[in-house]
Design a protein around this ligand. Structure first.
Ligand code: IMP
Length: 441
């Protein structure tokens, strides 16, 4: 059975939650491999809307095992709140949710450091979600982080906490002039969390290995997107984890040789929340139209997202660094009322046309998008059951995008609900999951 990575191909918020939700009935396991509760994966089931932050989107499918892998950083208070919210809505977690012993904890001083550091950066601030994700990964890399498994060993947890508090309090007080923490307040709170979470904490790398040996199919659910990747994104305006497909192996313990394909998710346009370059950023009244039609507000922070036209340079880059086999294109319906639709095919910089994504911050800041314009379809796309039902000009737009990317689309999403999903002709998904055809028709 195939093990497939689902990865964001832009700056996050591409609609990965919906794509994972559509695929979850066809796999046995869904695993998150990086990021933390900075993510907000929105899934609409019937009239019910769920926003998941740390728990894989597969949890809404009974029988689908969900794993929080070792590459994830976990804020236990936020996770418990999310778990309680799901239980209240009738979702079963016992036997369905597994948390890696090796996942690192977000401690209360991490959000405090996140906010303090952002405030100090001033105009060069990243625009983080403020959840402490960056500082938690800093501690992991500095080898002073505290893992889930440490939470279950009270003595060790206390030792690690004391060492951290001594250092973090000095940072908070002396460098940032911010509030400090006491060991006891954190210890008591986190030991309560430990009691709650203990039944779910396990060796998930071993479990995944055993399940794969048994022939189970695993979906790796990426969070954020390619352009926010620690190594491949628009550094320093990125998140602190490996959001690209390579992260799926390190963030779970499943070796690359057991991963069979990569599916990218991209919007029919582009958005970004927070600071940093967005070369195809729209200007003028169109921004408000797209933001309103696409409900482009952060699922975690509520911040308005910046909006841009589809950027084929970014997508080609995502195809390359993730090895995308196919792309699911989402939110096509948001462009339904545009008289003209633009596609960014390159960047102009000091008389040169760049067709590969540049790595220099200054070049990105100065680059002007080179656009191709296509005429809008001015007709609804929602409700279309297959590509032939789409307006002809919308189909032309899709054909042109695929030409530019060099990989085929597998799904087209035209609305938030599961039903507004078109399975493309010859969709590569059918090779991986033949049963998708019957479930989407
Ligand atoms: P952090 O991940 O909170 O450190 O934020 C770093 C950057 O990643 C900021 O630009 C955030 O807006 C962005 N970011 C983090 N999580 C998400 C997400 O789930 N969707 C979109 N952007 C995100």
């Amino acid at each position: 059975m195939p093990n497939i990575v689902v990865v964001g191909a832009q700056w996050g918020d591409e609609g990965k939650g919906k794509v994972v939700d559509v695929l979850a009935p066809h796999v046995d396991v869904v695993v998150r491999y990086q990021g933390g509760n900075n993510a907000g994966h929105t899934v609409v089931v019937g009239r019910e809307k769920y926003v998941l932050h740390s728990i894989p989107s597969g949890i809404l499918h009974p029988g689908c095992r969900c794993v929080i892998g070792c590459g994830v950083v976990v804020d236990p208070g936020s996770l418990i709140e999310e778990m309680e919210g799901l239980v209240r809505r009738g979702v079963t977690l016992d036997g369905n949710l597994y948390i890696s012993k090796n996942a690192h904890l977000i401690m209360p001083y991490h959000p405090a450091l996140d906010r303090a550091s952002e405030a100090k950066l001033g105009p060069r601030r990243i625009g983080t979600t403020g959840k402490g994700v960056g500082p938690a990964y800093v501690d992991k890399a500095a080898r002073v982080g505290i893992r889930m498994v440490d939470l279950l060993d009270e003595r060790l947890f206390r030792q690690k906490l004391e060492a951290n508090i001594a250092q973090k309090n000095r940072l908070l007080r002396d460098i940032y002039d911010a509030q400090t923490f006491t060991v006891e307040e954190i210890l008591n709170q986190y030991l309560r969390y430990a009691g709650w979470l203990a039944p779910y904490i396990t060796d998930t790398a071993l479990l995944l290995h055993q399940w794969i040996e048994r022939g189970y199919s695993v979906l790796f659910e990426g969070a954020q997107g390619t352009m926010l990747d620690l190594d491949h994104g628009t550094y320093p305006y990125i998140t602190s984890s490996s959001t690209t497909a390579g992260g799926a192996a390190t963030g779970t313990g499943v070796p690359p040789t057991r991963i069979h394909g990569v599916l990218g998710v991209a919007k029919a346009y582009t958005t970004r929340v927070g600071g940093g370059p967005l070369p195809s950023e729209m200007a003028g009244p169109i921004v408000d139209t797209i933001r309103a039609r696409g409900n482009e507000y952060g699922a975690t922070t509520g911040r308005p997202r910046r909006c841009g036209w589809f950027d084929a340079v970014v997508l080609r880059y995502a195809v390359r660094v993730n090895g995308l086999d196919t792309v699911a294109l989402t939110k096509l319906d948001v462009l339904d009322q545009c008289e003209t639709v633009r596609i960014c095919t390159g960047y102009r910089h000091r008389g040169e046309l760049l067709t590969e994504f540049p790595e220099e911050e200054t070049v990105l800041r100065e680059a002007e998008p080179a656009y191709e314009e296509v005429s809008g379809w001015l007709a609804p796309t929602a409700g279309a059951r297959n590509e032939a039902d789409l307006p002809a000009k919308a189909r032309q737009y899709l054909v042109r995008l695929q030409e530019l990317l060099g990989v085929p689309f597998c799904l087209i999403s035209t609305g938030a609900v599961r039903d507004d999903t078109i399975l493309c002709e010859d969709s590569p998904l059918l090779e991986w999951f033949p049963s998708v055809r019957s479930s989407l028709l």
